[in-house]
Ligand binder design. Sequence first.
Ligand code: ZN
Length: 141
Amino acid sequence: MPEGQPVRWTPDRSPKLPAWPVPRMADALRRGAMGTCPACGKSRLFAKFLRIKAECAECHAPLGLARADDAPPYFTIVVVGHLIVPAMLVVEKAWAPDLWIHAAIWLPLTVALAVGLLQPIKGMTVGAMTSLGMLTVEGPG
Ligand SMILES: [Zn+2]
């Protein structure tokens, strides 16, 4: 740079890429639903039924930083409600069974669907967060 020229400072706007692979949204959702690491798909996502591992054993993505909070139960309630309530209405309109028969069908089915869908939906939520770059302490930059 020639002497006497003003120096123009520009901030560093280059994207800060994480040390782990950032998956496409479709891949992250599929891997999360399967219970595998959304970033690489090679190791297990869950340490327990709903406890996310702190870090992927393969790609070292900090999966434990994904704060899914109430989103997985919320999405589970939405999905199960949209399956059970219309089915209940169809059965009532078609056969009008006694209330104890409704209870015997829909209560166990609701519990089974909710328990069965909670882990895949939590995996998909963590997958979406991984794809969106939300695995940071300070949030997306
Ligand atoms: Zn991984």
